[in-house]
Design a protein around this ligand. Structure first.
Ligand code: ATP
Ligand code: MG
Length: 425
C-alpha cells in the first residue's frame, strides 16, 4: 500500500464531528458583528510579501521568522497572510473606501505563522476580527471592547479578563523609545540575542518578548504611562470612563504593548487563565499609522482579532459547545422501482421544506441493514418504502428516538404530514 500522507505539522483538519462548535462560534460572531453594523470583508489568503513587511514591520517575530513566504512562478515574493489587518487596509485603499468615510468591517478566516506548534499555537489557525476606519475617538475603541464582551456573554464563556493600556501618540512613543533604549543599554549583558538586535531597530518590541529569562528585566523597565502627554491621557480617560459606565471590568496593564508595530493610543487584550500558557483570546487596539504606511492618506483605524481555536477550546472545556446533531429524516427503500420513487418523494419534500435535513439511503441492502444506518445517522424519523408500502401507495413512518407507534401514511400526504411533525422546516 502507498504511504499515507500526513497533514503539515502545526496544521489541523476540522472534521465533520468537530464542526458544530465551529459553526456555533462563527454563526454567533457573524450575528454579533452584524448587530453592531459591521459588514463582512474577505481578502485573499496570499498577498505580496511587501505588504506584511511594510505593515507589521520588518523587525518583528512575524515577519522575521514566522511568515510562509515563497516565490511564485513569476518570481514575485508572496506570503500566506499571518494576520488580516494589513490586507483589509490594502483592500480598502484599493477600492477607494478609506477616504474619510466611516467603515465598520468584520472578517473570519485562516492565518498562517511558522511558530513552534503547541496547545493553542498552530501554524494554520483561524481568526475572527473587526476593523473600523475614520473614527478618531475612544468611543469606537469602547465599542470594539463592548462587542467582544457581548460575544463572551453570548457564547456563555466565563473567566476572560480585559487588560488595557495606552501607547499614547506617536510623539509619546518616540520619547519613550529614547528612555527605553537608555535603560536597556545599561543592561546589555542581560539581553538575549533577539533583544540586542531590537535595541537598535525596535526597542518597544523587547517588552513583548516571551523569553522567560528576560522577564525580570522587562518587569523593571520604565513604563510608557509615565511618558504620556495630556492629549493621550484624555483619550485614555474617555475610554475608561465609557467602560466604567457600561460596566465592563478591566485592568490597566502598563506592560501591555502588543506584538505588532502599528498600534498607538489604546491597546487591549482579553486573557484567560483557563487555557494554560496561550491565554490571549483577543487582541486589538488603535492603529492610526497603518493606512498612511500602506500608501493612503492619514486615517484613523481601530480593530481587534480573536483566536478561533482558543475560543473553541474554551467552549469545549466549559461545556458550552453546541452538541452534534444528525439529520431529521432517513428514507429507506426496498424493491422494484423503489429507488426512483424514493428520490421522487425526497425531492418533493425538499421543494416544500428547504431546510429539512433528509438523507436518502444509497447503496442498497436489506431493510434491516438500512435501518441500522438510519439509527446511526441520528435521524428522528425513518421513512420506509418497502414492497408492501409501494403496492399500497403508502410510506411507513417510524420514530427512532421517541416512544410513539409506527404510522402508515399515504405518499400523497407525505408533505403535509412531515410539515406538521417537523414544523415549517
Ligand atoms: P500571542 O501573544 O499568543 O503570540 P499575538 O499577539 O501574536 O498572540 P495577534 O497577532 O494579536 O496575536 O493575534 C490575535 C489572536 O490570534 C491572539 O490573541 C490569539 O488568540 C490568536 N493567535 C495568534 N497566533 C496564533 C497561533 N499561532 N495559533 C493560534 N492562535 C493564534
Ligand atoms: Mg504571536
Amino acid at each position: 500500500m502507498a504511504e499515507l500522507l500526513q497533514v503539515i505539522r502545526g496544521m489541523h483538519d476540522i472534521l465533520p464531528a468537530d464542526m458544530p462548535v465551529w459553526h456555533q462560534l462563527e454563526d454567533e460572531y457573524r450575528a454579533l458583528a452584524e448587530s453592531y453594523g459591521y459588514r463582512q470583508i474577505r481578502t485573499p489568503i496570499v498577498e505580496k510579501t511587501a505588504l506584511f513587511a511594510r505593515s507589521i514591520g520588518a523587525v518583528t517575530d512575524i515577519v522575521e521568522k514566522e511568515m510562509y513566504s515563497f516565490e511564485d512562478r513569476n518570481g514575485d515574493s508572496l506570503s500566506l497572510r499571518p494576520e488580516n489587518t494589513a490586507s483589509v487596509v490594502r483592500a480598502g485603499l484599493q477600492a477607494g473606501m478609506l477616504q474619510d468615510q466611516q467603515h465598520r468591517m468584520w472578517y473570519c478566516g485562516p492565518m498562517f505563522r511558522h511558530e513552534r506548534p503547541q496547545k493553542g499555537r498552530y501554524r494554520q489557525f483561524h481568526q475572527l476580527g473587526a476593523e473600523t476606519f475614520s473614527i478618531a475617538g475612544a468611543d469606537i475603541e469602547a465599542e470594539l471592547i463592548l462587542m467582544a464582551a457581548r460575544f463572551w456573554k453570548r457564547l456563555g464563556l466565563d473567566e476572560i479578563d480585559l487588560q488595557i493600556n495606552s501607547l499614547g501618540s506617536s510623539e509619546c512613543r518616540r520619547r519613550f523609545r529614547g528612555i527605553l533604549v537608555d535603560y536597556f543599554r545599561d543592561h546589555t549583558a542581560a539581553l538575549d540575542e533577539d533583544s540586542r538586535r531590537r535595541l537598535e531597530t525596535n526597542p518597544l518590541r523587547i517588552l513583548d518578548s516571551k523569553n522567560p529569562d528576560m522577564q525580570a528585566l522587562i518587569e523593571a523597565a520604565p513604563v510608557l504611562g509615565d511618558s504620556l502627554d495630556q492629549e493621550s491621557r484624555d483619550h485614555f480617560d474617555e475610554l475608561t470612563d465609557i467602560l466604567d459606565k457600561t460596566g465592563v471590568p478591566y485592568q490597566v496593564n502598563q506592560r501591555l504593548v502588543r506584538g505588532l508595530d502599528y498600534y498607538c493610543h489604546t491597546v487591549f487584550e482579553w486573557v484567560t487563565e483557563t487555557l494554560g500558557a496561550q491565554g490571549t483570546v483577543c487582541g486589538g487596539g488603535r492603529y492610526d499609522a497603518l493606512v498612511e504606511q500602506l500608501g493612503g492618506k492619514p486615517n484613523y483605524a481601530a480593530g481587534f482579532s480573536m483566536g478561533s481555536e482558543r475560543l473553541v477550546s474554551m467552549l469545549l472545556d466549559q461545556g458550552k459547545a453546541r452538541e452534534a446533531d444528525g439529520c431529521d429524516v432517513y428514507l429507506l427503500m426496498r424493491g422494484a422501482n423503489s429507488v426512483a420513487l424514493a428520490q421522487q418523494l425526497a425531492e418533493a419534500m425538499r421543494d416544500h421544506m428547504p431546510r429539512l435535513r433528509l438523507v436518502v439511503h444509497a447503496g442498497g441492502g436489506s431493510l434491516k441493514s438500512q435501518m441500522r444506518k438510519a439509527d446511526k445517522s441520528g435521524a428522528r424519523i425513518a421513512l420506509i418504502l418497502g414492497e408492501a408500502e409501494i403496492e399500497a401507495g403508502t410510506v411507513a413512518l417510524k420514530f427512532l428516538r421517541e416512544d410513539r407507534p409506527q404510522a402508515e401514511i399515504l405518499q400523497s400526504e407525505i408533505i403535509t404530514c412531515m410539515a406538521s411533525l417537523l414544523g415549517s422546516n
